[in-house]
Ligand binder design. Structure first.
Ligand code: NAD
Length: 421
């Protein structure tokens, strides 16, 4: 059974989250399996000619969670730890996120087990094109649309768009989102996830009667999401007192110069070696710094049963997908000193603007960045208000409230469509 092939810590975590909410929603056993299990999972070999002439066999994955309301949508991840089970969990979270944000998509996720930091540009391009070619029978603008995630970027999307378009014989920009603007990308897509995180942090600061001015923020992960979230919060007047990437972190209680750090990371591909004033800390120490807002924006399962008791923030803004383990979450839901912005809400800005990009590509009619941002904030605000209301009305933890909204809409769509044949 597919379920057995997907077993991994992240998949078990997504299933447990689902089951808790399905109990609350009182979803019956057969509907439960149907709504939870991924629809399709693919594993492909990706033979790639490396610069030294040898052929490396990478393994690529794609999981499409459900196709009940539209195509599936989700990122493509390049990382040494990518597994089928991890990708399946990420696809499930994408489904619930799209549903919560009112997008006509099921969730999907893909990945290739590789270390992109150790590969040349040519190797990355050949691997990406071969993976796209292997996936052609299973993707399409109305079947499955990919986007960047950890370790991938606009250039990777451009290669995918080119490979797919060469196969079709005409340009198909709507096959991926998060593309360069010159290929039909959307204004504001690159910044959308981090911008959304900063918007929601500000809304929650308001809700808790706290000011953004001088708010102390710590961000783990300084890639697309983490660096933009930090930059936006810095612009709103927050003090970014700690940031990190895979190489470790920097802490300065007086505040770091985020723009300088962004320039440094863009030049060197890492924060390592930056001359920014502050103490060098490990990622573990960074998560335990006293602050007002903690933003995990790197990998899954960073907040664990070991460190959750030592986390000292007022707001936990989950910019990464699945940064909190089930065991840590069980502790967190008892800690009313911490207000959680759950991942499916917190980082939804990315897929919302991906949806805008897809819509713009389908109609070949493009919007300005101001229009995109305005629509993004409206859609995020609606989702935030719905989650807040659901939590208040049913006395639910914020994660359960967000997942209950997302999952109940998918269950309803499946029920109304009926079971074929
Ligand atoms: P990215 O590759 O641009 O950046 C990842 C960052 O995390 C890098 O700074 C990297 O050095 C750091 N990192 C890697 N391993 C680490 C470790 N062990 N400890 C600390 N830092 C580490 O990726 P991204 O697009 O910014 O994605 C970050 C997270 O946000 C992922 O969980 C992703 O699924 C999620 N997300 C991304 C988007 C998007 O639009 N890019 C949308 C929604 C959610």
């Amino acid at each position: 059974m597919l379920d057995e092939l997907l077993q991994s810590p992240a998949y078990v975590m997504a299933c447990q989250q689902y089951d808790r909410v399905a109990d609350f929603l009182d979803i019956g056993q057969s509907e439960r399996v149907r709504t939870k299990m991924p629809k399709r999972a693919f594993i492909v070999s990706v033979p790639t000619r490396m610069d030294d002439g040898h052929t490396e066999m990478f393994t690529g994955y794609r999981v499409q969670h459900h196709l009940s309301v539209g195509p599936t949508k989700g990122g493509l991840r390049y990382h040494p730890d990518v597994t089928l089970g991890e990708v399946a969990a990420l696809a499930m979270w994408m489904s619930w996120k799209c549903s919560l944000s009112g997008l006509p998509y099921g969730g999907a996720k893909g990945g290739i087990t590789c270390d992109p930091r150790k590969m040349s540009r040519g190797e990355l391009e050949r691997m990406t094109r071969r993976f796209t070619q292997e996936m052609i029978p299973f993707i399409g603008p109305h079947v499955d649309v990919m986007a960047p995630d950890l370790g991938t970027n606009e250039q990777v999307m451009a290669w995918m768009m080119d490979t797919y378009s060469m196969h079709e014989g005409n340009p198909v920009p709507q096959i991926v989102t998060g593309k360069p603007l010159s290929l039909g990308g959307s204004a504001g897509r690159r910044e959308a996830t981090g911008r959304g995180v900063a918007y929601l942090v500000n809304r929650v600061l308001d809700h808790l009667n706290m000011k953004s001015e001088g708010t102390r923020v710590v961000v783990q992960g300084f890639g697309n999401v983490g660096s933009i979230a930090a930059q936006q919060l810095y612009r709103f007047g927050a003090k970014i007192i700690g940031v990190s990437d895979f190489s470790g972190g920097i802490h300065n209680p007086n505040g770091l110069n985020v723009n300088k750090l962004i320039d440094y990371a863009a030049q060197h591909g890492t924060l390592e070696g930056s001359q920014e004033d502050g103490d060098r800390v490990t990622n573990e120490q960074l998560l335990q710094l006293e602050c007002d807002v903690l933003v995990p924006a790197a990998l899954e399962r960073q907040i664990t049963e070991k460190n959750v008791g030592k986390i000292r923030c007022r707001i936990l803004a989950e910019a990464a997908n699945g940064p909190t383990t089930i065991e840590a979450d069980n502790v967190l839901r008892q800690r009313d000193d911490i207000f959680l912005i759950p991942d499916v809400l917190c980082n939804a800005g990315g897929v919302i603007v991906s949806y805008f990009e897809w819509v713009q590509d389908l109609q070949s009619f493009f919007w300005t960045e101001a229009e995109v941002n305005d629509k993004l904030y409206r859609q995020l605000e609606a989702a935030y208000q719905q989650v807040l209301q659901m939590a208040r009305k049913n006395k639910l933890y914020m994660r359960d409230a967000a997942l209950a909204l997302g999952i109940s809409r998918i269950a309803l769509a499946k029920q109304v469509r009926g079971l074929f044949p």
